[in-house]
Design a protein around this ligand. Structure first.
Ligand code: NAD
Length: 250
């Protein structure tokens, strides 16, 4: 088997749609054995079948579900080589109008989920010769956006948590690297709520704000994830890779 992640076993959360789905396809094309995990069982199973991979139902905000997922993987594979914590939601709120219940839900799905994935994934990742965690943060976790109060807060948490994981693994001599990827505006179903609420002008406004003049494609983020997940990035840990068409460069 040839390919940039040939022979590796990879778990991709949120693999049923958008960036996760593009990552699943790319990993499979590059020789990985891919496990798709998602709360959307029908779409997740379809993507897994398409690439000859496995599907596991998973609500990433549930610790019990994470434990069960890792047990199921351990029963089938000697180790895990790649964990992509990608599943997410991105509702809008501001510091003036957020509801505490929603705030907690967003943090649970967006950042606690990543902590749980890393915590319960370390055991299987440690059994690999060289493994990698790639956590999906966002440019919203690096710069302020008034209408992404809870999401930006949770994604900033993912950025720093990733560095903690990287430092722990380095200190303890685990063969695990951990990095975060920070997409800007990428054309996936996560933008559908924006389109519904504000119409096409939400998209044209976004496009105008991006130096490269367009939204990104899911495949362009998947390429960055693949690089960090592969052994090509063997000396890269605790860092962040921005994929935003230049949005944060100004
Ligand atoms: N698209 C963008 O513009 C953009 C920008 C920055 C960051 N991101 C991040 O990239 C990641 C992927 O987003 P996307 O654009 O592909 O969105 P998407 O909506 O297309 O896909 C998200 C996937 O996560 C799954 N999911 C949601 N809640 C879940 C849960 N509790 N448990 C398991 N699965 C769950 C969904 O079913 C879906 O398959 C997210 O973390 C998102 O925050 C996206």
């Amino acid at each position: 088997m040839t390919g940039r992640v040939a022979g590796k076993t990879a778990l991709v959360t949120g693999g049923a749609s958008g960036i996760g789905q593009a990552t699943v396809r790319l990993f499979a094309a590059e020789g990985a054995s891919v496990i798709v995990a998602d709360i959307n069982e029908a779409a997740g199973a379809e993507v897994a079948e398409e690439v000859g991979g496995a599907f596991l139902p998973l609500d990433v905000s549930s610790e019990v579900a994470w434990i069960k997922t890792m047990e199921r993987i351990a029963a089938l594979h000697p180790c895990l080589d790649i964990l992509v914590n990608n599943a997410g939601i991105s509702p809008h709120d501001t510091i003036e109008d957020f509801e505490l219940e929603t705030w907690r839900h967003v943090h649970s799905v967006v950042s606690e989920s990543v902590a749980l994935g890393c915590k319960h994934g370390l055991g299987l990742l440690r059994r690999s010769r060289a493994s990698a965690i790639v956590n999906l943060s966002s440019v919203a976790g690096m710069i302020g956006a008034s209408n992404y109060a809870s999401y930006g807060s949770a994604k900033a948490g993912v950025r720093n948590l990733t560095k903690s994981v990287a430092m722990l693994c380095a200190q303890r001599g685990y063969p695990i690297r951990a990095n975060s990827v920070h997409p800007g505006s990428i054309d996936t179903p996560i933008l559908d709520a924006d389109k519904e609420k504000y119409g096409e002008r939400a998209i044209t406004a976004r496009e105008k704000s991006i130096p490269l003049g367009r939204l990104g494609r899911a495949e362009e983020v998947a390429n960055a994830i693949l690089f960090l997940a592969s052994d090509e990035a063997s000396f890269i840990t605790g860092t962040e890779l921005i994929v935003d068409g230049g949005y944060t460069a100004r």
